[in-house]
Design a protein around this ligand. Structure first.
Ligand code: DX5
Ligand code: ZN
Length: 220
């Protein structure tokens, strides 16, 4: 089953309650929350306070994508704020295995993200520690960038690794996905599709969630 994860990065925060309600009604599975610190990535977004406030608006599963240095310092705060999935970057932490185990011990799903330059083989030895593997299809930091074709090869590699070693692990892809390429991304093996501008950049983001699900369903 494919999960659609609208990214709030491209939402209009002056009417955030309405934007969240729209994608919820449209059938979104996850609400993808991009946390950026201006150090790991050249952009700054929000922290646990905003996520805790959003938590009051919606029962949707919250998928927190931490693009921050030293994520081990903050995972507890994000769990307390209401994150259901906590994804940290492989490139941002020295002791990934310890951190993933810690995230699980907090009762959240543990996710690990790979920048476009980081090979899938680098996570082979922690694949059993993962509930979600995130293959970035853009360099993280901004919405509205173009999909990097190298991601398709990596999704196929990640799918093979997951099928062989941890079939319950979700395979998420994030960046540059829209109507034109969602089917291709699903065919390659992704099951959680993050989309920011291609959902919130439309007049009816809720309807767009449904349209994307249809396109994803036609893929396999
Ligand atoms: C980028 C973020 C994405 C972003 C994707 O660093 O991780 O979640 O919102 O935006 P689009 O779908 O517009 O590429
Ligand atoms: Zn993201």
């Amino acid at each position: 089953m494919i999960k659609i994860a609208p990214s709030l990065l491209s939402a209009d925060f002056s009417r955030i309650a309405e934007q969240v309600a729209t994608v919820e009604r449209g059938g979104a599975d996850y609400l993808h929350l991009d946390v950026m610190d201006g150090r790991f990535v050249p952009n700054i977004t929000w922290g646990p306070k905003i996520i805790a406030d959003l938590r009051k608006l919606s029962p949707l599963a919250f998928d927190a994508h931490l693009m921050i240095v030293e994520p081990e310092r903050y995972v507890e705060d994000f769990r307390k704020a209401g994150a259901d999935v906590i994804t940290v970057h492989w490139e941002a932490t020295v002791h990934a295995q310890r951190l993933l185990a810690h995230i699980r011990s907090l009762g959240a799903k543990a996710g690990l993200a790979l920048n476009p330059a980081t090979p899938v083989s680098f996570v082979e030895d922690v694949i059993e520690d993962l509930d979600l593997l995130l293959v970035m299809s853009v360099n993280p930091g901004f919405g509205g960038q173009s999909f990097l074709p190298v991601a398709l090869k990596k999704i196929r590699e990640a799918r093979a690794l997951i099928d062989a070693r941890n079939p319950n692990c979700e395979l998420e892809v994030d960046g540059g996905i829209g109507r034109a390429n969602i089917a291709e991304v699903v065919e390659a093996g992704a099951c959680v599709i993050v989309m920011g501008s291609s959902i919130f950049g439309t007049a009816d983001p809720g309807a767009e969630v449904g349209a994307m699900r249809k396109l994803a369903g036609s893929a396999r």
